[in-house]
Design a protein around this ligand. Structure first.
Ligand code: 17E
Ligand code: FE2
Length: 429
């Protein structure tokens, strides 16, 4: 493979120039100086280093809004999740946790972060299980966060997998994780032993968020049970606290099972709260619907309707090769592609919106929108994709051919070349 990175000698004025890229249908060059975007336009000056985008699309990096890096790369350990349910996943992870060490977590999480960075995923929000008396995964992930600085912008959520009130000292462990430096407060109200404990657990999460001045990201109503109504409690607490965009409700799959009268009323409250939503279509299409025969529910929140009602929705992979999902690569185009199908967002603008859900909407969820995006003065973090536009990216699950982080090329890839009976075929895969 011939590298698209070309060294230039003549009086360079920029550290790096990306030539002949496509942005909103226009051919542009992107110039980088001192790790920031210095110019975007036609025929900008020379760069010490130049990359030929060959007319391909340039985009801000992909963002992973919701993944579990402490559990990644453990599928089959110590056993496989045979039923495919959320609950067997939690029970399997509880077994794997017994032998957890910091080195084990650091090795696996770092490996996945490298896969992500190589595929242009440069911002990641990871949940980390706090229901462990030793907080082994928390301590390990805080080290990983330090280690990957400069490569991936990693946020950690203190996630009480076995409950805040239903696990021994669950609330204390959650608070200790925040004291140790975990960025975001989590919760799992639908898995608390009773409805009252679920509602109380949401209030505890908000109290901690206010005390430590941290955002919130709650695993909320991840069930097909239409009676699971903790999202309304999260909305009420968001309105009371005024935390708005600093609050995220993840999964909310029960919203896909609520009756329309309730869902319609709730949508108005959600708009008042103006919180963020994260859907995990790859994983929830497999975890949910498991107690249904037929018709079988899709087990995803109302992504299209949330988007149509002006709420911020982004997407997560959730799991890569762990007790909940044994497949996966970390490529964020896959959940976006699955969202198009599960949410039936097949209209032209709808497909484009699904790309936003793994880029700029996700920047809002993570609260990084002031340093994200292709604009002069922003950090020089961007990717080139083997595609014309966002629609084309999702149609073909396009290859990310170049990844630039902080003004430095950190990864490159060649799109697959398809041959038929020794001849080169004319379509692009
Ligand atoms: N834990 C949980 O409660 N739900 C999930 N989807 C995963 C872990 C992956
Ligand atoms: Fe999750």
């Amino acid at each position: 493979m011939r590298s698209p990175v070309v060294k230039k000698e003549r009086s360079p004025i920029f550290d790096l120039v990306l030539r002949n890229a496509r942005l909103d249908g226009q051919a542009v060059d992107v110039a980088v100086q001192d790790g920031r975007i210095a110019a975007i336009g036609q025929s900008v000056g020379q760069g010490r280093q130049e990359i030929d985008a060959q007319g391909r699309m340039v985009s801000p990096p992909l963002i992973e809004s919701h993944v579990h890096l402490d559990t990644t790369l453990t599928a089959g350990e110590p056993k496989w999740n045979e039923s495919g349910t959320l609950f067997e996943g939690i029970a399997t992870w509880a077994l794997r946790k017994e032998s957890l060490t910091e080195d084990d977590v650091i090795r696996r999480a770092t490996e996945l972060l490298r896969w992500q960075a190589a595929q242009g995923v440069l911002y990641v929000r990871s949940h980390v299980d706090t229901t462990d008396p030793d907080l082994t995964a928390v301590k390990a992930m805080l080290k990983v966060k330090e280690n990957v600085k400069g490569l991936v912008d990693l946020q950690l959520v203190a996630f009480p997998q076995e409950g805040i009130l239903s696990y021994p000292r669950g609330a204390e462990l959650l608070e200790e994780a925040l004291r140790l430096g975990v960025d975001v407060v989590g919760g799992i109200p639908h898995y608390e032993l009773t409805r009252d404990m679920g509602a109380e657990s949401v209030k505890i999460a908000f109290t901690l968020a206010e005390k430590y001045d941290r955002p919130i990201d709650i695993h909320c109503d991840e069930t097909d049970d239409p009676q699971s109504r903790f999202l309304e409690v999260v909305a009420a607490e968001t309105i009371r606290s005024g935390m708005g965009r600093r609050v995220t409700a993840s999964h909310t799959t029960a919203f896909g099972s609520y009756d329309d009268a309730y869902a319609f009323k709730l949508m108005g409250f959600l708009q008042r709260a103006d919180l963020n939503f994260v859907a995990n279509p790859l994983v929830n299409i497999t975890l949910q619907g498991r107690m249904d025969t037929y018709p079988k529910r899709r087990g995803m929140t109302r992504v299209k309707e949330l988007w149509q009602n002006g709420l911020n929705v982004s997407l997560g992979y959730d799991d890569v090769m762990d007790p909940w999902y044994s497949l996966g690569t970390g490529n964020m185009l896959q959940p976006a592609h699955m969202a198009v199908h599960v949410a039936q967002m097949t209209g032209r603008k709808e497909v484009m919106a699904c790309y936003d859900m793994v880029t700029r909407n996700a920047a809002r969820t993570l609260g990084v929108q002031d340093r994200y995006g292709l604009a002069v003065g922003r950090p020089a973090d961007f990717i080139v994709l083997d595609a014309q536009d966002a629609w084309d990216v999702l149609r073909r699950l396009a290859t990310v051919t170049t990844v630039v982080k902080g003004g430095r090329p950190i990864a490159e890839a060649t799109p697959p070349e398809v041959r038929l009976l020794g001849e080169r075929v004319t379509f692009q895969r």
